[in-house]
Design a protein around this ligand. Structure first.
Ligand SMILES: [Zn+2]
Length: 237
């Protein structure tokens, strides 16, 4: 089979005429350049010459409605972001597998020395809905999403009967109407998993690293945060 390095050229996945969504993005890049490179070039130049020194690592969902930089009006260089399905943190598992989220956490904490980590969950999370459906006994037709969201399986445990039981199915089905409970529990589970990373635990114990759990309500635009004492979510002032 030709692989592009010799033999026949394979069909490249590019088109010469940009589609409407791509045209829109290119226009956005032009506007970004005008704003950050023409009107105030110093800040970008500084980031280019001195490198990035973000103080915050944010772990968010891939959901297109919950863009961390847009939500927080953050400037380039302020947020180190990793986004995945359902904003999950897996447990610390140095087994040589492809751990994208863990790699980002490691780089942010050990190399960039961030002082804050935020896990940002949100309402109407498709990943969490998938997790609830799985527990309700519905078969999923995917290769990667189901195993991935099962990381947050423990978030469901307090709300549903023993796995595989009829009770579990009934409980999980009911939860489909109130997924926010699980979305928030999953943020708590991710915060707990963060603490299984030795370098995160070390920073927290030394007082150099703070961890936050947030949940964004898409409908109202309200941000909720975990109260460190009660571990319950409450709206941020
Ligand atoms: Zn989501």
């Amino acid at each position: 089979m030709p692989d592009g390095r010799h033999g026949n050229q394979p069909t490249m996945p590019f088109t010469s005429k940009p589609s409407e969504p791509i045209r829109q993005l290119l226009a956005g890049i032009k506007a970004f350049r005008a704003r950050y490179y023409e009107r105030r070039p110093d800040s970008m130049r500084l980031l280019a010459t001195e490198g990035q020194h973000p103080e915050v690592l944010l772990i968010g969902c891939s959901d297109s409605r919950v863009d961390p930089a847009l939500l927080t009006m953050a400037e380039p260089g302020e947020l180190f972001v990793v986004r995945n399905v359902a904003n999950l943190v897996p447990p610390y598992q140095p087994d040589g597998a492809y751990h994208g989220t863990s790699a980002a956490i490691e780089y942010a904490v050990r190399a960039l020395k961030v002082s804050e980590i935020i896990v940002l969950g949100h309402a109407q999370c498709g990943g969490i809905q998938g997790l609830i459906r799985l527990r309700a006994g519905q078969k999923a037709e995917d290769d990667f999403v189901s195993p991935w969201v099962s990381i947050a399986g423990s978030a469901l445990d307090p709300y549903v009967g023993p796995e595989g039981s009829e009770q579990a199915r009934a409980d999980a089905e009911k939860l489909q109407d109130t997924p926010a409970v699980i979305e928030r529990a999953a943020v708590r589970a991710s915060v707990d998993n963060l603490l299984s990373f030795p370098f995160v635990r070390e920073g927290v114990d030394a007082g150099t690293l703070n961890i936050h759990g947030w949940w964004f309500d898409i409908e109202s635009g309200e941000m909720w945060a975990i109260n460190p004492i009660t571990r319950l979510f409450q709206p941020v002032e």
